[in-house]
Design a protein around this ligand. Structure first.
Ligand code: 5GP
Length: 193
């Protein structure tokens, strides 16, 4: 069991509705030394790949992405912003992302200044559930003409469809913990071997 899986076992809380709560170390109160270990692991898994930028989505991906960037030569971290504004001036790449946790749809935007055809992108996020957030970020890279070279996820919920969708598209998707089963009643969490 790796350090992220151990931490999930210790401090993760399974909620009704297929939600895993990890706010005590991952996405509200952040354990930066854990993020550093995660960065080391991504560096191993993506060895030989060259990235020019990390792309993530606000808010939960940002902390992880900044720690990960340290292991890839301090490349810039760009995060997609969520906005309800429809008054966009053409200087932004945009995508629609349905939120798994909030059950609403956000428009996410990235300024054209910060992503372009010369970029080789590592996408980072905290969770992968149905894949909407990742598909939105991939769409933004496609608009920019940037190449998605790899995708790093902290926790993939393997019983939801996102992982299969993204792998079927041919991307190198590396999830540090894949939860195959979790039970809100007993609190049991089963990881993929
Ligand atoms: P997807 O777009 O793949 O359906 O869901 C991924 C996004 O929803 C992530 O960016 C994450 O913020 C949120 N998310 C999905 N499942 C969970 C969960 O079980 N727990 C938490 N805390 N966030 C989740």
């Amino acid at each position: 069991m790796n350090c992220l899986e151990e931490r999930i076992k210790k401090d993760g809380v399974v909620k009704e509705g297929n939600v895993l709560k990890v706010d005590s170390f991952l996405n509200h109160c952040m354990d930066v030394s854990l993020f550093n270990e995660m960065g080391k692991e991504y560096a191993k898994r993506f060895e030989g790949k060259h990235f020019t930028k990390i792309l993530t989505i606000e808010a939960s991906g940002i902390g992880i992405a900044t720690a990960v960037a340290m292991h890839f030569g301090n490349i810039p971290v760009v995060f997609a912003k969520k906005t309800s504004s429809i008054n966009l001036d053409g200087e932004m790449y945009t995508a629609q992302v349905e939120s798994f946790t909030h059950k609403n749809t956000n428009q996410v935007i990235v300024s054209k200044k910060f992503l372009g055809a010369e970029d080789h992108v590592l996408i980072i996020d905290d969770f992968l559930a149905n894949g909407c957030a990742l598909l939105g970020l991939i769409q933004i890279c496609n608009q920019a003409g940037a190449k998605v070279e790899g995708i790093g996820i902290a926790i993939e919920k393997g019983f939801q469809q996102g992982g299969q969708i993204i792998r079927n598209l041919g991307y190198q998707l590396e999830s540090l913990a894949i939860v195959d089963k979790m039970d809100a009643k007993t609190g049991e969490i089963v990881f993929r071997q």
